[in-house]
Design a protein around this ligand. Structure first.
Ligand code: NSS
Length: 430
């Protein structure tokens, strides 16, 4: 099938007079009567083609509809009016799949475009995002693989909550109640006792009550856990990981960023910055100076995060939270028993949290106490408690929201556009 085809990108780098053969879809079409202009779209970009009256291509070009799949052959020539400065003068055009009247014509509402998501994914903007997403995923994997981490495969069907019962999706498991995983963390904690440094990439599910621009009901969760690492060791891992993703996107996806009109300065600044640590106490001070009516012990919500990050150019860590705001598994600080050794990574420019992590409570008695304090049942966490009984070890870990990372790197307004098939409250479609 593939012999002799080049891509639109190759063609734009070719020379006048080159004979070329390409395949793709009709992106735009203009019939002037004596010639037909067709803009061909493939996974690499677009290229203008022209069929003159009298050429063999002319009739088929007239018949081809928007989004028909086609094969074209012709001769390359420079034309400053064509996108990219080159066009193909067509000898032949073969329609492979003639398209019905394409339902997306431009100017449709967001709601309608979500209804036809399976077709809207052909749009040039979403194509650029999906290319960036793929590069981010590859960079994240490469970081772990080349730094001695083991990839493991945790389950999705689970029996207990990691991040609290309120956002669990229940599933009927042969008459018993099971849940869709919110986080692989507890399974990764099991695996560090044999593999020491582990990571996984899985879907996570959250029945979020609030609808926001940065919440999905199903999202892609990159999680890591390591024995012998304290909270600050793990923050270094997060910094290295996020920088690797940013570096790779700047190296390989500059055209895509530019198509999306994403300013690259914050991304470049991120590469050279070392991510500062702002404690919860300091954040409360900053917020009060910005006019927030907030006191120690209050939650730092979405509005507060936006205020903290909107004037920042590079990511930073928020650390050392009041114990009652965070999950029971976070290790209590020895010097301040009302504070836990937790950290979030906040993306700049108003984006907010992309990573949540902590050092873990590794003392059996303390963990047991925290389970009780949180009104949870120790019997539901027996195997998790066991890990503190048989050779407990200081350890830390984190979870990174891949979709949120892509959203920030690509500069998107809404998380739904970072993922091909977003699960939103209104629809599970397609
Ligand atoms: O709830 S988290 O803050 N932390 C955990 O789940 C830990 N158990 C992870 C761990 O330590 N292994 O979620 C982690 C990240 C968070 O920072 C977001 O970037 C992302 O997961 N996240 C989400 N992304 C999209 N949509 C939703 N609803 C969502 N919830 C969390």
């Amino acid at each position: 099938m593939g012999v002799g085809f080049i891509t639109t990108r190759d063609a734009l780098r070719g020379s006048d007079g080159d004979r070329v053969r390409l395949r793709g879809w009709v992106y735009r079409k203009r019939d002037l009567g004596n010639k037909v202009f067709i803009v061909l779209r493939d996974s690499e970009g677009i290229l203008q083609c022209v069929a003159d009256k009298g050429s063999k291509a002319f009739q088929e070009a007239q018949r081809a509809t928007i989004e028909s799949s086609i094969i074209v052959e012709g001769v390359l020539r420079s034309d400053p009016r064509a996108p990219g400065g080159k066009e193909v003068s067509l000898d032949s055009l073969t329609i492979v799949g003639l398209a019905d009247d394409f339902p997306i014509k431009g100017g449709e509402s967001v709601d309608y475009l979500l209804d036809v998501r399976h077709l809207w994914l052909r749009s040039r903007a979403l194509t650029q995002v999906m290319r960036i997403r793929s590069t981010v995923l590859k960079a994240l994997r490469d970081y772990f693989t080349s730094n001695g981490w083991w990839e493991v495969s945790p389950p999705i069907l689970t029996q207990s909550a990691v991040e609290g019962g309120a956002t669990l999706f229940a599933v009927d498991f042969f008459g018993k109640r099971a849940y869709l995983s919110q986080s692989a963390q507890f399974y990764l904690e099991v695996m560090i006792f044999s593999l020491e440094k582990v990571w996984s990439l899985t879907p996570s599910f959250r029945a979020e009550r609030s609808r926001t621009r940065r919440h999905l009901y199903e999202y892609w969760h990159l999680e890591a856990e390591a024995a012998w690492m304290d909270m600050h060791d793990m923050m270094k891992v997060v910094e290295g990981l996020v920088k690797e993703a940013v570096r790779r996107v700047l190296d390989e996806r500059l055209e895509e960023l530019s198509f999306l009109k994403r300013k690259t300065e914050p991304l470049e600044a991120t590469l050279s910055a070392s991510f500062p640590e702002v404690t919860y106490d300091e954040a409360i001070e900053i917020l009060r100076r910005k006019g927030f009516n907030i006191k120690w012990g209050d939650d730092i919500g979405a509005d507060e995060e936006r205020a903290l990050t909107e004037d920042q150019q590079t990511p930073f860590f928020l650390t050392m939270f009041p114990k009652h705001l965070k999950s029971f598994y976070m290790k209590v600080d020895d010097s301040r028993p009302d504070v836990v050794l937790g950290f979030d990574l906040e993306a700049p420019e108003g984006y907010g949290e992309v990573v949540g992590g902590s050092q873990r409570e590794d003392r059996y008695d303390m963990l047991y106490k925290r389970i009780i304090e949180n009104n949870l049942r120790p019997e539901d966490y027996q195997w998790y408690l066991d890990l503190r009984k048989y050779g407990s070890v200081p350890h830390s870990g984190f979870g990174l929201g891949v979709d949120r990372l892509v959203m920030w790197i690509a500069g998107l307004d809404h998380i739904r556009d970072s993922i091909p098939f977003p699960r939103l409250r209104e629809r599970i479609y397609p």
